[in-house]
Design a protein around this ligand. Structure first.
Ligand code: CUK
Ligand code: CUA
Length: 640
């Protein structure tokens, strides 16, 4: 298992052999467990978990909320997806949130959540997450656990090295995975080199209301930008990106993209570029992208199409970008809590490479460069290397930190988490994962102050760990206690969608911020009402607007006449409740793309276009009281 495998084909072979191995070894084996594991993850009925974990849903496009250490699922927050449970993407208020320059895209592939920070510590205000496929960054407001802003990223494709935030949430950063023609145009794919570019996007975040805006895009050489991480402490002001395909090959057949012995970590001094653009630097270029904002007061999303973006080339800002050679296709790019160490996990390398920020700065100062093959100064590997963790496992992917001088790295192929020491680079512990772990997450691990008590491993393959459910088994996460010398596996828990990455935070911070109701008197929805005195039906041409209220346990009005086939009927429904946790739902027979779930104090709208005369019922869809079943009504539809 510790053999150095240089050839990717051998790696794949190693992988398949390993999977066979672990299946045999571990079937029904929970020997890794300590005898009191159950007690240590048990949260008694009515008690609360110690941490929140926000785990990405991969191709479900969602973000799910779990408690740790119990692994209990509390909520699935729809982000880039339609979700009937929340009416997200089904009501008129949230449909605009899923708009893009390509139209309504109610799906995406979400990978990396990151929680907002103040002074390098998690503040629990927002969590940001990327949509990979149609490049987008979303912001979820953690006072309401709802997606409140989505910004599309132009000039980008496969928005993978995203969405990571700087120490004071100055920026949320999005890096393109694919380089593409910038600007997009019809051209031969074989002319990739020199024409395809990689856009690294810096989205500013308003410190007060969190409003996002693309500040600038750095237009980099045609590499693939895999993952990224902000500097912190000393290295605050810098951002680091792992790259592969530094050969700038258009095809990865015949393993073209893994020819180079070393790829790079790109170090970007965003403060310097910020200063440059604040002084009028950069060029506005045409670029279409949607910016969707959900307004708190009106509870309504609006989508605005933007037409240009500010771009900067590295050559315009000398001293802002450097390349740090890093062995073979580095995937994860992780900066330790002090900001000194930058860990590059080379997927096709047997060693872990750790760079030193201090050494990097010294080398830059001494102008010790190894040319500038891409028009960007390349530093010498030896000059920036802090240390190497020698052959710790196979297929290193991601590293997190416990804040006590230890790092934890996942190994996909050898399917394990390896604990090692920063500074001495010695491996001190390892634990198997079931199976083929991708990311791992220590609550607070992306900040200056990790909590350091648990690590969650997010696995790519589940196989025999749960009851079978046909050809596909649930995706899975595993919880380890890392408070002692040795990691201890405590719990397996199923996840929603593929858990690519997660962000964890102390429950106290979030509990304090979490909103209980929306004040009815503050409801500024265009079609909102504040009491039963305002309910009415208004006709405007072939549009019928029903201003309806709902409260336990009736709709008002509940008998509606005067509607005709060919009308467009708008139900504007206000939940008059002012109690915690009493939403009502409503939909209409035949209104298959419209549905509402309305929180106390909110208004939502759906549109119904009746096709047949008759008397059609509607009812409340969320069990709300003993008379929930009585919460119903009729609409009479007459011929046109
Ligand atoms: S990840 Cu997106 S391919 Cu290693 Cu962050 Cu799973
Ligand atoms: Cu209202 Cu059920």
């Amino acid at each position: 298992m510790k053999k150095i495998i240089k050839n990717p084909m051998l790696l794949m072979l190693g992988l398949s052999l390993f999977l066979v191995n672990c299946k045999d070894q571990n079937q029904g084996n929970n020997g890794a467990l300590t005898s009191n594991a159950a007690e240590r993850v048990y949260v008694a009925p009515g008690e609360h978990d110690e941490y929140y974990a926000f785990i990405s849903g991969g191709f479900s496009g969602q973000l799910s909320v779990y408690g740790l250490p119990s692994g209990r699922l509390f909520k699935v927050i729809p982000v880039f997806s339609q979700d009937a449970e929340k009416a997200w993407g089904y009501n008129e208020e949230t449909k605009p949130m899923l708009n893009t320059s390509h139209g309504f895209i109610p799906w995406d592939d979400s990978h990396h959540p990151d929680i907002s920070q103040t002074n390098g510590e998690l503040d629990g205000r927002w969590v940001f997450i990327n949509g990979n496929n149609t490049p987008r960054i979303a912001k979820i407001d953690l006072s309401v656990f709802e997606t409140t802003e989505i910004i599309e990223i132009p000039n980008s494709a496969g928005n993978h090295s995203s969405a990571f935030v700087t120490e004071n949430t100055e920026y949320v950063v999005a890096g393109t995975r694919f380089s593409v023609p910038v600007p997009q145009r019809d051209m031969p794919i074989s002319e990739y080199k020199g024409n395809f570019k990689g856009a690294l996007t810096f989205i500013s975040v308003d410190p007060e209301d969190g409003g996002m805006d693309i500040k600038f895009q750095l237009i980099m050489p045609g590499f693939d930008y895999d993952l990224s991480h902000p500097g912190r402490g000393e290295s605050h002001g810098w951002f680091f990106f792992t790259t592969y395909n530094t050969e700038e090959a258009s095809t990865l057949l015949e393993v073209n993209a893994s020819q180079n012995d070393k790829d790079f970590i790109a170090a970007v001094n965003w403060k310097k570029i910020e200063e440059y653009v604040n002084n009028g630097g950069g060029t506005m270029m045409p670029a279409r992208y949607a910016h969707n904002v959900y307004d708190d007061a009106t509870h309504t999303g609006t989508s605005t199409m933007k037409e240009e973006v500010l771009v900067v080339n590295p050559s315009e800002v000398p001293g802002a970008v450097y390349l740090l050679p890093t062995p073979k296709s580095p995937h994860g790019c992780d900066v330790d809590p002090t900001g000194e160490y930058i860990v590059g996990n080379g997927k096709l390398s047997a060693d872990l490479t750790v760079h030193s920020f201090t050494k990097m700065m010294d080398a830059i100062e001494g102008e010790k460069f190894d040319g500038d093959a891409y028009g960007i100064p390349i530093l010498k590997f030896e000059d920036v290397l802090a240390g190497t963790v020698s052959q710790p496992g196979l297929g290193p992917l991601h590293t997190e930190f416990d804040g006590k001088g230890n790092a934890y790295t996942t190994f996909f192929i050898s399917s394990e988490v390896v604990k090692w020491k920063l500074g001495t680079w010695e491996v001190v512990d390892r634990q198997p994962c079931y199976y083929s772990v991708g990311h791992l997450m220590i609550p607070g691990g992306n900040s200056r102050k990790p909590y350091g008590k648990y690590v969650v491993a997010m696995n790519k393959i589940t196989k025999d760990r749960y009851l079978p459910t046909g050809p596909e088994v649930t995706q899975s996460a595993q919880l380890y206690d890392i408070s002692g010398e040795k990691m201890e596996l405590l719990l397996d828990f199923p996840t929603v969608g593929e858990p690519h990455y997660a962000a964890g935070i102390s429950a106290d911070i979030i509990k304090e911020r979490s909103k209980k109701i929306f004040d009815l008197q503050d409801n500024k929805h265009k079609y909102g009402i504040t009491s039963d005195a305002d309910v009415r039906v208004e006709r405007d041409g072939n549009e019928v607007h029903i201003y309806m209220s709902m409260i336990r346990s009736h709709f008002n009005p509940d008998n509606i006449e005067g509607v005709k086939v060919g009308d467009k009927v708008y139900f504007h429904v206000t939940n008059l409740e002012q109690d915690y946790d009493v939403p009502h739902g409503v939909s209409m027979i035949g209104a298959n793309t419209s549905e509402l779930l309305i929180m106390p104090g909110q208004t939502e709208t759906f549109v119904w276009e009746p096709k047949q005369p008759g008397v059609w019922p509607f009812y409340c869809t969320d069990f709300c009281s003993a008379l929930h079943q009585e919460m119903q009504g009729y609409v009479r539809v007459s011929p046109a």
